[in-house]
Design a protein around this ligand. Structure first.
Ligand code: ZN
Length: 206
């Protein structure tokens, strides 16, 4: 009986883990992150960040493909092998499928194309007269994109997982990502395109 329960949980874990392999593992290689400051430090808004947002978008989309693996193995286990593993695999991957459908169809994807566009707009604006200050240095902090020279908030959006190796260690970081699915732990609000006009930060916002 205990063996059956353990196998069911093994199936659950792999059913949850396998569809997420592309974005959990691939972007976290050291060579892919040499241009970024270490997690969780603020990340400069530059061409590398925009490219990373687009890469993360693609890797999260690969979930649709990778989800077929636990579904297929789950089906094979249910039919020919260990039913408890098969049940776990199916339950976890179907849950992932529903989650993914809700976020995509519901219009709240984690890395919408508009996000990359908005980051590019922030970069463009900094090269014009309407820049927030003389030496604009936009960085994405945990809760918003701010100019690190003048502290103006340029985009109010909590920073999602950007594929950097986690500062809390590989295992703990992996566990946290599996739980949060890459969403910011705080402020899991859907992405809303904000007004690009810089807003001076009031003292209450500190
Ligand atoms: Zn500034």
């Amino acid at each position: 009986m205990i063996g059956t329960i353990v196998l069911f949980f093994v199936g659950l874990f792999f059913g949850h883990f396998i569809p997420r392999i592309p974005w959990l593992i691939l972007p976290r290689f050291k060579s892919w992150n040499s241009q970024f400051p270490q997690h969780p430090r603020p990340i400069p808004v530059d061409e590398f960040l925009i490219q990373r947002v687009l890469h993360m978008r693609l890797m999260h989309r690969l979930t649709w493909l990778f989800i077929l693996i636990p579904l297929l193995f789950g089906w094979a286990s249910l039919k020919y092998g260990i039913v408890s593993i098969g049940m776990g695999l199916w339950l976890a991957s179907c849950w992932t499928l529903v989650n993914k459908l809700v976020s995509e169809i519901g219009g709240h994807p984690l890395y919408p194309y508009a996000l990359a566009e908005e980051l590019q707009l922030i970069r463009n604006q900094n090269q014009t007269d309407s820049a927030c200050c003389d030496f604009p240095l936009p960085v994405w902090q945990i809760e918003s994109v701010k100019c690190s020279s003048c502290q103006t908030v340029l985009m109010e959006r909590y920073r999602p997982d950007l594929g950097r190796p986690r500062s809390d260690g590989r295992l703990k970081g992996l566990f946290r990502l599996l739980l949060t699915d890459g969403y910011p732990v705080i402020g899991r609000t859907p992405y809303v395109q904000s007004n690009i006009e810089p807003k001076p930060m009031s003292s209450e916002e500190e």
